[in-house]
Write a protein that binds this ligand. Structure first.
Ligand code: G6Q
Length: 556
């Protein structure tokens, strides 16, 4: 591997652009967005991007001006972001710590594409697995796949966790209106026995098929749930019937075969697909089952469409790049610690948790690509929930708390339901919240309102500080024409690429996750101690005490 195959290892804080941004921040830290709007009639237009009536981004309600965006774009150019993007799409081994390429984009590339990893064009094998997945689902469309007693399969249970769960869960929920009417998809992820027990309680083994989704086929939670599912199934069926009720999505074919799954029922993917970037691989089988082949193709097309945009658009016309640069502006210059994701669409309610993993597992790193500790903040804390429910829970802190929290609002213009008056209210709330975050409420406005409500001067003075909203709080509005498989695919790829750009600029490796290993290893040691078969006292005093207390509570 030569240096030209890897990502540059440049400290962003040593660039001229970063220094200029540091100075520029002094001019910008107290600016008023409302004033900037009043002074510039073109502001809303200048800070908006539209992609073919599918997706419209309004980022004008941010603490930025033209110079901010120009300097942020200079930062991307000085660090040669284009080179990083090209290397990712070209299949270079940019996941250096694991010696792997990062090629989720190849999973949705057209049949005609040619993308090499280790000297081999991977597109034909991607297409082959995709065709097998579609054929598999076709068997249910045509009612040709029967359970061990000859009945049709009606329920599919995806057993997986993390990247083998969160993406499919989010997409299946988001695309509920597109679901096949005869198929119900369930998800079991947690090793907490309640998850599988409660899921299976409502199911019939004769009509249930399990999809064991695990890249490694060794993850303890997934394997424990898979074994419990098989035991439940074998209460009435025989070992030979397992093949009709269990399929696997994995890179570890041998382990899936050893579990009893027929080789023809294993859908493969590859080490260059990261878990949290795998929903467009075989890991998306549960999605395909839920929405059918045509809609699954729509999802992949939307992702590919966004991949092309990301690959070709100049920085300030490039939606993922703009979102990433805004995040860096808030994180590294304004000192913001978190970002809120606020979908105004009930079916998108799992988007925040999906993005939480995608972003925090990717960019929660404190070591640079050169192996030294970073001297600046990296990955933001991602959180959020669907509107309007969230307005009645945490929005208070967004409006009047002490912290500055940049927000992404997402809203489809056309709903996937027939209650248009509900949708009008939903949209009005989304726009109103963005507006309120920016404009706030001045002391004069509050005084006027209090006077009109007949308050005395004394009561007004007392209430005034509590009722003033400073405003000037930033947000992006991502407006979709409609939430469809295609536009959802575009949104997912948009955020995937935002995460890539941020990790690239922060000079960290976004595609490994060593931080999750330690706890996993400790849990392996601890499990036998909890059942009494191994001696505790091996840990710190607090852990030893908790193990002892847990055992005594359980035995009493
Ligand atoms: C994602 C992570 C992680 C992974 C799960 C499940 O990027 O690597 O969330 O997806 O730990 O792993 P398996 O698919 O191997 O079971």
């Amino acid at each position: 591997m030569t240096n030209s195959d890897t990502l540059h290892k440049q400290d962003p804080t040593l660039t001229a652009a970063w220094n200029k941004l540091t100075d520029h921040f002094q001019d910008m830290k107290d600016v008023s967005m409302a004033k900037m709007f009043a002074e510039d009639s073109k502001r809303a237009k200048d800070f908006a991007l539209e992609l073919e009536e599918v997706l419209f981004l309004d980022y004008s309600k941010n603490l930025i001006n033209g110079k901010t965006m120009a300097l942020l774009s200079d930062l991307a150019e000085e660090l040669d972001l284009k080179d990083g993007i090209d290397k990712m799409f070209a299949g270079k081994l940019i996941n250096e710590t694991e010696g792997r390429a990062v090629l989720h984009t190849a999973l949705r590339a057209p049949r005609s594409a040619h993308i090499e990893v280790y000297g081999e064009n991977v597109v034909p094998k991607v297409q082959e697995v995709l065709a097998r997945m579609k054929d598999f689902v076709g068997l249910f469309d045509d009612k040709k796949w029967k359970g061990y007693t000859g009945k049709d399969i009606t329920d599919f249970v995806n057993i997986g966790i993390g990247g083998s769960d969160l993406g499919p869960v989010m997409v299946c929920e988001a695309l509920t209106p597109f679901h096949h009417p005869d198929r119900k998809v369930h998800f079991v992820s947690n090793v907490d026995g309640a998850h599988i027990e409660q899921t299976l309680a409502a199911l019939d083994p004769e009509t249930t098929l399990f999809i064991i989704a695990s890249k490694t086929f060794t993850t303890i939670e997934t394997m424990t749930n898979a074994h419990s599912a098989r035991e439940w199934f074998l209460e009435g069926a025989s070992q030979n019937d397992v093949k009709k009720h269990f399929v696997a999505l994995s890179t570890n074919i041998d382990a899936a075969v050893a579990f009893g799954i027929g080789e023809e029922n294993i859908f493969e993917f590859w080490d260059w697909v990261g878990g949290r970037y795998s929903l467009s691989s075989a890991i998306g089988l549960s999605i395909l089952v839920a929405i059918g082949a045509d809609h699954f193709s729509g999802l992949l097309s939307g992702m590919h469409w966004m991949d092309n945009h990301f690959r070709s658009a100049p920085p300030l016309e490039n939606i993922p790049v703009v979102l990433a640069l805004l995040g860096i502006w808030y994180s590294n210059f304004h000192g913001c610690e978190t970002e809120a994701i606020l979908p105004y669409d009930q079916n998108l309610r799992y988007l925040p948790s999906y993005l939480q993993q995608a972003s925090m597992e990717s960019n929660g790193k404190m070591v640079t690509r050169a192996g030294s500790e970073v001297s600046y903040e990296t990955g933001s804390i991602i959180w959020g929930d669907a509107g309007t429910n969230s307005q009645h829970s945490f929005f208070q802190l967004l409006h009047q708390g002490t912290r500055l929290i940049p927000c992404d609002f997402l809203l489809p213009a056309i709903p996937n339901h027939s209650l248009d008056h509900h949708h009008t209210l939903l949209a009005a709330n989304a726009f109103a919240q963005c507006e309120a975050l920016m404009t706030g409420k001045s002391a004069d406005q509050v005084k006027l309102e209090l006077a009109q409500s007949g308050k005395t001067d004394e009561a007004m003075d007392q209430l005034l500080p509590f009722k003033v909203f400073d405003g000037n709080r930033p947000s992006n509005m991502i407006l979709l024409k409609r939430l469809t498989p295609f536009s959802l695919g575009a949104i997912i790829a948009m955020y995937e690429h935002k995460i890539f750009v941020q990790g690239y600029i922060w000079n960290i490796f976004s595609f490994d996750q060593f931080g999750v290993e330690l706890g996993k290893a400790l849990a392996k040691d601890l499990a036998p101690e909890l059942t009494g078969s191994a001696k505790s006292e091996m840990h710190d005093a607090s852990t030893n005490q908790l193990v002892a207390k847990f055992k005594s509570l359980k035995s009493n």
